[in-house]
Design a protein around this ligand. Structure first.
Ligand code: ADP
Ligand code: ASP
Ligand code: MG
Length: 426
C-alpha cells in the first residue's frame, strides 16, 4: 500500500463524461489499497475564458481580484469529481485551498506555496477517504485567494505530495509521457522512459508545458517522485504502479538506467518552443552606467520576469538600443511602466512585437559535448530561418525567431539532432 497524489489536467477534466473517466482511474487506484489525494485543474479552456473576462473588465487588472476570478475554475472541477466519486460508491470530499489551507506568499497571480497544513488531510486519507484538492489556488497571509501561475496545478500536486510525504506524484495529462519535443508538433517525437530533474526543469522553463517549471524545481528540492502519464487510456492499460509513463529522476538514477541499457545517453534530450513571450525594443537609450538598471528595476519591482536581453553596440552619439523579452501576459503592464519611466530612462521609441517564438534545445550532454549550438544555427540557416536573439546556459541554447516559423524550426531541429523516431528503426 502506498500514499499517492494523482493530478489531472484540464483536458482530462473537460466535462462530466471525462470527469467520470477520471473518477474511475482514481477509484481503481484506491481499490488497490492506496491512500489517494487527487489534485485537479479547471476544465480545458476555462482558465483562458476567466482570464479574458478579467482583461475585458480592466486591462490593467488588479492581480488580487484576478485571482478571485481565475481560481473558481478549479473549485468547480474539484466539487464535480468528489460528487462523481461518491456516485461510484467511494468516500470522497473536496478540500479548497483556504480549507487545507495551502498557504502561499502574497504575490498574486504567481504565488509560491509556503506551507500546506496536512494533519487533517492525512487523517482523512488514513480513514480511507479520497481527498480532492483544487490545484492552482491557495490563500495568502492576508487571507486572500492566490493562484500559482498558469499550469500551477502541477505545482499544487507536487506541494501536496511533499506535505503528506507521498510515495509518488502521478501527473495525468493528455499525452502518455515526456517526449523529445511536443508530440502535437512533431509526429516523430519519441517518448522518454525517464528525464532528469535538471533537464525537465530547463525544458519546462523554456516552454515544454507538460509540467509547470516550479513543480519540477519543487520536486527536485523535496525529492518527490514524479511520473507523467496519460489519463486517456482503456480498461486494459498498464497500471500506474508499473510506471507506464515517464519518470522524472535524479542524475544517479539516470546513470543506472543508462548502465542497464534502459536509456540511451543523448546530447540533446528535448526541444521546446514558447510563443508566450513578447519582444520590447527601446531605441536610443543613453549608453552610460545605470541606464539599463533604470529599465529593469521597475519591471523587477512589478514581478515581471525579463528573459532574453540584448544591448546593441553603442551608436556614435553615446546611445544604444536595448531589446528584451517579457511574458506576453505582462506586456501591457511592462509597457505602461516603461512609458511612465520614459524621462528617467531617456529612450526615444518603445517598440513591441508579440509575433515571436523562442525555440530551445536542452540536454545535460551539452556540458561535455561541443557543437550543439552550431548545429542549431546551421540547421535554421539552411531553412532561411532568421535568428533575432540567442541565449545559452550550461545545458540549453535558445533562439528567438518569427512566430510563423515555430513549427518548421522545431521539426528541422528535431531531425538535425537525430531525434526523429524513424531514425531509430533505420
Ligand atoms: P494539462 O492540461 O494536463 O496540465 P498541458 O496542456 O499543460 O496539460 O500539458 C500537456 C501538453 O504539453 C501536451 O498536450 C503537449 O502538447 C505539450 N507538450 C509540450 N512539450 C511536450 C513534451 N516534450 N512532451 C510531452 N508533451 C509536451
Ligand atoms: N487551470 C490553470 C491553468 O489553466 C492551472 C492548471 O491547469 O494547471 O493554467
Ligand atoms: Mg498543465
Amino acid at each position: 500500500m502506498a500514499r499517492i497524489v494523482m493530478k489531472f489536467g484540464g483536458t482530462s477534466m473537460a466535462g462530466t463524461e471525462r470527469i467520470r473517466r477520471v473518477a474511475n482511474i482514481v477509484r481503481k487506484q484506491a481499490a488497490r489499497g492506496h491512500e489517494v489525494a487527487v489534485v485537479v485543474s479547471a476544465m480545458a479552456g476555462e482558465t483562458d475564458r476567466l482570464v479574458n473576462f478579467c482583461r475585458e473588465a480592466n486591462a490593467l487588472y488588479d492581480p488580487a481580484e484576478y485571482d478571485v476570478v481565475v481560481a473558481s475554475g478549479e473549485q468547480v472541477t474539484s466539487g464535480l469529481l468528489a460528487l462523481t466519486l461518491q456516485s461510484l460508491g467511494c468516500k470522497a470530499r473536496s478540500w479548497l485551498g483556504w480549507q487545507l489551507p495551502v498557504r502561499t506568499v502574497e504575490s498574486h497571480s504567481k504565488a509560491r506555496v509556503e506551507t500546506i497544513d496536512s494533519p487533517a488531510l492525512i487523517e482523512a486519507l488514513e480513514a480511507g477517504e479520497i481527498a480532492v484538492i483544487p490545484g492552482f489556488q491557495g490563500v495568502s497571509e492576508l487571507n486572500r485567494i492566490t493562484t500559482m501561475g498558469r499550469g500551477g496545478s502541477d505545482t499544487s500536486a507536487v506541494a501536496v505530495a511533499a506535505a503528506i510525504k507521498a510515495d509518488r506524484c502521478d501527473i495525468y495529462t493528455d499525452v502518455d509521457g515526456v517526449y523529445t519535443t511536443d508530440p502535437r508538433i512533431v509526429a516523430k517525437a519519441k517518448k522518454q522512459k525517464a528525464v532528469t530533474y535538471e533537464e525537465m526543469l530547463e525544458l519546462a522553463s523554456v516552454g515544454a508545458k507538460v509540467l509547470q517549471t516550479r513543480s519540477v524545481g519543487l520536486a527536485m528540492k523535496e525529492g518527490v517522485r514524479v511520473q507523467v502519464l496519460s489519463s486517456f487510456v482503456g480498461e486494459d492499460a498498464i497500471p500506474a504502479d508499473e510506471y507506464p509513463g515517464t519518470m522524472i529522476v535524479s542524475e544517479e538514477e539516470m546513470n543506472e538506467l543508462v548502465e542497464k541499457g534502459d536509456m540511451e545517453r543523448q546530447h540533446v534530450t528535448g526541444i521546446a518552443h514558447d510563443k508566450n513571450e513578447a519582444k520590447v525594443i527601446l531605441t536610443r537609450v543613453p549608453d552610460k552606467p545605470g541606464a539599463v538598471a533604470h529599465i529593469f528595476e521597475p519591471l523587477a519591482a512589478a514581478s515581471i520576469n525579463v528573459d532574453m536581453i540584448i544591448q546593441n553596440v553603442g551608436r556614435d552619439k553615446g546611445e544604444t538600443d536595448v531589446t528584451f523579452t517579457v511574458p506576453q501576459a505582462d506586456l501591457a503592464r511592462a509597457q505602461a511602466l516603461l512609458e511612465d519611466k520614459r524621462e528617467d530612462i531617456g529612450y526615444n521609441r518603445l517598440i513591441t512585437d508579440s509575433k515571436i517564438a523562442k525555440i530551445s534545445v536542452v540536454g545535460v550532454g551539452m556540458k561535455s559535448h561541443a557543437g550543439v549550438a552550431s548545429t542549431m544555427f546551421s540547421a535554421l540557416a539552411d531553412r532561411g530561418i532568421n535568428i533575432q536573439a540567442i541565449t545559452t546556459s550550461e545545458i540549453k541554447v535558445s533562439v528567438l525567431i518569427d512566430e510563423d516559423e515555430t513549427e518548421l524550426a522545431v521539426r528541422v531541429l528535431h531531425t538535425a539532432y537525430g531525434l526523429d523516431a524513424a531514425d531509430e528503426a533505420a
